[in-house]
Design a protein around this ligand. Sequence first.
Ligand SMILES: [Zn+2]
Ligand SMILES: [Zn+2]
Length: 349
Amino acid sequence: MNCLLKRTEAEGYEWVTTPIPEACNDEVLIKVDKVAICGSDISLWKWNETAKLIASLPFTPGHEATGTVVKVGPNAARLTVGDRIAVENHFFCGKCLLCSKNRGDICQNLSQYGHGRGTIHGGCSQYSIVNEKYCYKLQHNITDNEAVLLEPMGVAHNGIERLDVSGEEVLVIGCGAVGLFAIACAKALGATRVIAADIVPDRLIRASKMGADVVINSKDVKDFKDKIMELTDGNGIDRICEASGSAFMLNRCFSYLRKGGKVVLIGLVKEPFHVENPIQDIVFKSLTINTVHGRRIFHTWEECEKLIVEKKVDPSIVISHDIPMSKFRDAFNALFSQDACKIVLDPQN
Ligand SMILES: [Zn+2]
Ligand SMILES: [Zn+2]
């Protein structure tokens, strides 16, 4: 079979041909139908400081994957050959305190599919081995492209669920794939108005298609806070989903969050977090600050699949490239030059 492999710290991935692996114990062998490339895969490709924090060599990349079960290990009991699945890439241990509280999403011993921690296998491969307990069995006949995006959509859905958006106005900062899904999930969960901000025109076009009522190119406004206050009659915004990872945007968002408001942090902010006036902008506002890492297992998956089946969220809007895995170098070049939104690869071609 063909797969991508990262063996050394050198930039990039190797294209290798290797034997199809065997499923042992409660593992299953899946034929990977689609794999999607995530922002964090850029770090892994470059092998920068973030990569060293979250991954270990060697590994096959690709943590957003969907496939069909083609073989089951001798002790697999949940899945059978022919089942279509999507991989929950938060490999929870099942033994720690958080796992005992049904919070495998933030397991204390978390390892991740496609990151070489605990397994070499990842989704950028014609076939892959996954423990069946990390497989979400699809319940509806959604497409492979829809199924492969349940993972990033789930991050957005998890964040939006923390915000109780029903009847509220929501600002989504950052319209990458997760921000775009946050827009659609906020509308689906009853937000009265969604304002979306980014600096890339193509992303703002996609934001409108995902259901944003107002889009702002934050490069074009003189003062972002003034713009939000103007749009909300001076009240400030009820709910904020921070999906840009920009420290500048995060630090300022508390100044225009309404009293009693809620914010969820999804973007990976790499600089220190600093609020100019914490008494006025945080404490006296009686805010709720949430963060999410991944999805609620498997609640989020079920909810997201339902939203897709009900046509409340259309994942195809976030896909900019749908290409064979053999063209993976083109895919990463497009990501590096910011010409891409979500890239989906077909490992069988
Ligand atoms: Zn991802
Ligand atoms: Zn655990």
